[in-house]
Each structure stands twice: as C-alpha cells, then as structure tokens.
Design a protein around this ligand. Structure first.
Ligand code: SDX
Length: 430
C-alpha cells in the first residue's frame, strides 16, 4: 500500500473543522481515503454493509466489478479454471505463487497425508438427525475439529498455523462427503489417496464398500473447476466473518466454522441451493415472466436467485466458466434437464430486461453451479457444503495473511446510536 504524494482528501465541515486525510493507492483498483484519524476528532464514517469501505490490505484476490475481472494472485480466474488443478490454486492462494512440479508433488503428498479425520469425529455425526441440513452438521463438525488438535492451536506458532491450514484443506472434502453419506444412511467412505483431490471427493460421495467406483474424468474435471471457481473472492461476507473471528485470536477451526455459518445465508453461499429451488418452482419457460415481474416488485421480497452481486456490476467471470462446464457435463451425461432450459431462457430474458440492465443484475457464480451439481447427482442440500469445502482455502489464505506484520487488529466497528438518551431505572415496586 502506498500513500499518494499527489492525491489527498480534505474534509471540511460546515462548523469550520477541517481534516486532511491521506489517500492510499493499491496496485490495482480504487484508491482508499484513510479515515482512521477521524475517531480521535470524535467523528465516525457511516457505511452500513461496508460498500465503500476497504477493511484491510490484501494481496490475495482482486475483483474489478465494473469489468467482470477476477484475479487470484494476478492470474485471471478463467485461466486458472482451464489450466490448473485445484491444489495448484490452493498453493497459489496460500503461498502467493503456483507450485513448480516438485513443490506440487510435495504439497499434494502433504495434503493427502491428512485426508482422514479422527475416528471419534465419525461418532459426532451420529448425534445429528439423519435429515439435518448438511450445513448445520458442517458448522458443528468443523468447529469441533478444535477439540481434536490441541497440538496446533497456538496461532502465534507458525508451525501450528501451517499444519492447521493443511489439515483444514485436506479434511473438508472428507467431512463434506461424510455429511452426505450420513444423510442417506450409507457407510462413510475412507479417502483414497491415489485419486486427485476432486476425484477423491467424488469417490467418498458416491462409492460404496460393495463395489468398485470409477471416477468419471469429465465429472472429475467439472468438480475441479467448481472448486477453483469457489476458492476465494476477496472480502465477501464469509471471508470477512473469518477475518473478524480471527482478529480476536480465536483458533482457526472456530474461524472456519464462523465462515461456514455466514456462507449458509441465501444472499451469499446459500444462493446456489436457493437458485435451484427457484428454477424448480418456475418449472417451465412460460412461467418466467411471472417471476421476473415478482423480482421487480418492491413489495415482493422475492429476488432472482443467482442474479446480482454486491461487487460485480457486470457478468460474473466465474458464471461464464460455470456455464461452459454446465454444457460439458450435461452433454457427457446426455442429460436434457428442463432446469437448464429454464436457466438459459431466464438468463436471456433477464439480460435484456431494462430493470436488470439498469440494476446491473447479471448471473453470478451460483446461477449455473446448482445445475451442474444436480446433474452430477449431488442433492441441493449439499450445494453450499461444496461451496464451503472449496472456499476453505480462501478463508485460510485470508486468515494466514492477518499474521503478516501490521495486519492483526481486532475488528470492532462503531455505530450511529439512535437509542434513548440516559434515563434512570425505576425498580418494579415503584
Ligand atoms: C455470492 O460477495 C461475494 O463475493 C459473494 C460471492 C463469493 O464468491 O463469496 O460472490 C458469492 O454470494 C454471490 C451472490 C449470491 N446471491 C444471490 O444470488 C442472491 C440474489 N442476489 C441478491 O440477494 C443481491 O444481488 C446481492 C445480495 C447478491 C447483492 O445485493 P446488493 O448489490 O448488495 O444490493 P441490494 O440487495 O440492495 O440490491 C440493489 C438493487 C435493489 O433494488 P433497488 O431497491 O435499488 O431498486 O438491486 C435489486 C434490489 O432490489 N436486486 C435484485 C436482485 N439483486 C439485487 N432484484 C431482483 N433480483 C435480484 N437477484
């Protein structure tokens, strides 16, 4: 971060107070007015939802919402989705550079050494109802990991941080698949370390002890793409939640559980499940106008799920890749799903409708992902679990970044208070 020599801000209040505010410039993106000095002059800024607020300095991901650009450590998302393996992207996010062949082999071997979860954890699942929402289970089990790794909870110990990052990256697919197996009453499948990260996930999801399971390479590639497209996305709600939890010194397992909880909401990671529910509810192309009208109706809370984004006011670059993958998977599986027809028609109509054009509402990452996951045979209740699985490496990368010098500050926003002024309390008998 560099403070601009030429550019600075002067805040002049009508009561004559004046403040000179420095302006910071990053390597890309908007400049930032540094308002830290205001509080000592008894002034706050007001920015609900932090739409105009840079909460930190970060080097991991850059989003240009106006132009639909997403870079991970400088690499465009479409490049990574096409050319990289998820663990290469994980290495890139965690360490700042993609691994060379040797580093990739080492990193993959290290991750595979930690894919198993403690046997006691499998007993955890049996405390949940079989019909529990898998995200409720994931919130519980991921936080509970802290109870199993007392040897690595000192966040100020770099070795602890490193082993924890590997454990979380390695175990999330295992836990996610266990959620699914538990919900359908099938036995948990152990990880098969000879498989790729995404191949192993498909195996743990769909294999049974009774017969061999062949990973379909097209589905394996689709899973790899889906994991990459969901890996990280700057300071979104769940990543900001992880950073907030981390800022109090909470252990990383608790921080990831907080991120999972935040991701669950339908306005965020829960949108992929909500989007499929919406497409199923629409059911056929001729009912689309009715839902478009509802999405525009201010008195109707209905939103077009899978559309719109806090930052992208252009087509989400991940949605473009996801759309392509969708076609590949449906073709490979020879699936003609009415959901896809509804989705394609809905996208076409929405992109030409003045309301959506004016509000800059484009399909986002969640619009097509549900169709692919359904085609692969993954139930919609598992969609956000898969989002959480893939996003864990992004959450950890941001958590790790907070330990760089000067980055760790407890997150404690203020407020504009509109409650009662002081009054004295009358005891009940008065
Ligand atoms: C993710 O932040 C991230 O990076 C998140 C994410 C990630 O990778 O981490 O990208 C993943 O969460 C993607 C978003 C998934 N959510 C959905 O698909 C749910 C549907 N989308 C909306 O809920 C909404 O678009 C948000 C929450 C995503 C973003 O909303 P904004 O831009 O913060 O602001 P807003 O909700 O106030 O909407 C602005 C206007 C409003 O109209 P006006 O009152 O100004 O007239 O746009 C309208 C809204 O009514 N609007 C929509 C709409 N989204 C916004 N109208 C109809 N359908 C929609 N989907």
């Amino acid at each position: 971060m560099s403070t601009s020599e030429k550019l600075n801000a002067k805040l002049t209040l009508s009561d004559g107070r004046e403040f000179n505010l420095p302006i910071h410039q990053g390597s890309l993106g908007y400049d930032a007015v540094d308002v830290q000095s205001l509080v000592k002059n008894k002034l706050f800024t007001f920015d609900p939802g932090f739409m105009s607020t840079a909460s930190c300095v970060s080097k991991i991901t850059y989003i240009d919402g106006d132009n639909g650009i997403l870079l991970h450590r400088g690499y465009p998302i479409a490049d990574l989705a096409k050319k990289a393996d998820y663990l290469e992207v994980a290495h890139l996010l965690l360490f700042g550079e993609a691994p060379n062949e040797e580093e990739y082999k080492e990193f993959t071997k290290l991750v595979k050494k930690h894919t198993l979860v403690h046997e006691q954890i499998s007993r955890f699942f049996h405390g949940f109802r079989r019909d529990s929402h898998p995200m409720a289970v994931m919130c519980g089990v991921s936080g509970a990991l802290a109870a199993f790794y007392h040897d690595s909870l000192d966040i100020n110990n770099i070795e602890h941080r490193q082993i924890t990052a590997i454990r979380l990256l390695a175990k999330m697919p295992t836990l996610a698949a266990m959620c699914y197996k538990y919900s359908i009453g099938q036995p948990f499948m152990f990880p098969l370390n000879k498989l790729s990260y995404s191949g192993n996930f498909l195996h743990m999801m769909f294999a049974t002890p009774c017969e061999p399971y062949e990973v379909n390479p097209v589905l394996e590639k689709a899973m790899n793409t889906i994991f990459i497209l969901h890996a990280d996305h700057e300071q979104n709600a769940s990543t900001s939640t992880v950073r907030t939890a981390a800022s109090s010194g909470a252990n990383p397992f608790a921080c990831i559980a907080a991120g999972i909880a935040s991701l669950w909401g339908p306005a965020h990671g829960g949108a992929n499940e909500a989007c499929i529910n919406m497409l199923e509810e629409i059911g056929s192309v001729d009912r689309i106008p009715e839902y478009i009208a509802r999405a525009k109706d201010k008195n109707d809370p209905f939103r077009l799920m899978g559309f719109g984004h806090r930052v992208y006011k252009n087509y989400d670059p991940r949605a473009k890749v996801m759309r392509q993958t969708c076609h590949e998977v449906l073709q490979e599986l020879n699936i003609q799903t009415p959901l896809m027809d509804v989705a394609m028609e809905l996208e076409k109509i929405a992109l030409s409708d003045p309301y959506f054009i004016d509000h800059k509402l484009y399909p986002n990452v969640d619009f097509y992902s549900g169709i692919i996951l359904s085609a692969i045979g993954i139930p919609k209740s598992m969609f956000t679990v898969i989002f959480a699985l893939a996003r864990t490496v992004g959450w950890i990368a941001h958590w790790k970044e907070m330990f760089e010098p000067g980055n760790m500050k407890i997150v404690r926003p203020r407020q504009l208070y509109e409650g009662y002024t002081e009054r004295s309390f009358q005891p009940l008998d008065k």
